[in-house]
Design a protein around this ligand. Structure first.
Ligand SMILES: [Zn+2]
Length: 236
């Protein structure tokens, strides 16, 4: 293999590394996940609002329900006392008045409980509807999260193999040329060398001036002048 071939092999290795690396950082799944999270945050806001509307009505309903139970128990206990009472007529009359009073309170409390129950239902449905609407996105999110973990693992494996092969490609180059290549890579990114295709550097895609093109053509074998634009080592 010529020096140019060795240099080209290293350039290809770096271009692969770059491609796989940017594949990893630009996964369509990552973009989808970000979009889903925006959607879910919006749904969470709606859910919080629906829950905030429900909470006071439900708690009022529960208070009324407890009060109803208390009054019912009180009425029952008074009824029992009345039916087994050996009290005198004045005490009986007082008991009856109390039973009547408790029954009136109970009736009012039952009406109120029913009103709250009717008010709770649609609010409860609204909360459940928001939860149901978010469900597909929640499921999709965990699917995508799992897919991303898997993709990252397989791309990382590929990167490890590519880096190992890059080490071999580096070892094939003369130290001086490798030093120039690494310097160009550090400056330009992606790769430290590029090819002239139809008068253009295929690294930065800039056309060489006729003067630079002549200079490049006239350089001795293995000279690899730097691209005047991006600094990469120019190869045929
Ligand atoms: Zn260039």
């Amino acid at each position: 293999m010529s020096e140019t071939d060795d240099l080209r092999a290293l350039m290809e290795a770096d271009r692969w590394l770059d491609r796989v690396g940017s594949q990893k950082t630009h996964l369509p799944e990552t973009a989808e996940l970000a979009a889903l999270e925006v959607e879910l945050r919006a749904q969470l806001k709606v859910l919080n609002e629906a829950q905030a509307a429900l909470a006071p009505v439900r708690s009022a309903y529960e208070v009324t329900q407890r009060e109803g139970n208390r009054l019912r128990a009180r009425a029952e206990s008074l009824d029992k006392t009345l039916s087994s009472s050996t009290a005198n007529s004045r005490e009986l009359a007082a008991l009856q008045t109390e039973v009547q009073h408790v029954r009136e309170l109970l009736e009012r409390s039952d009406d109120l409980e029913l009103e709250y129950l009717i008010a709770v239902e649609p609010l409860d449905e609204a909360v459940n509807a928001v939860k149901a609407a978010a469900q597909p996105a929640v499921l999709r999110r965990s699917e995508i999260q799992a897919a991303i973990v898997e993709l990252h693992a397989s791309l990382d494996e590929e990167l490890v193999a590519l880096r190992a092969s890059r080490v071999e490609k580096c070892a094939a180059l003369a130290p001086e040329l490798l030093k120039r290549y690494e310097a160009a890579l550090a400056r330009a990114g992606t790769s430290g060398a590029s090819q002239i295709v139809s008068g253009r550097c295929d690294g930065c895609r800039i056309a060489l001036s006729p003067l630079d093109l002549d200079r490049w053509k006239g350089q001795p074998e293995g000279a690899f002048m730097n691209c005047p634009e991006c600094g990469r080592l120019l190869m045929p």
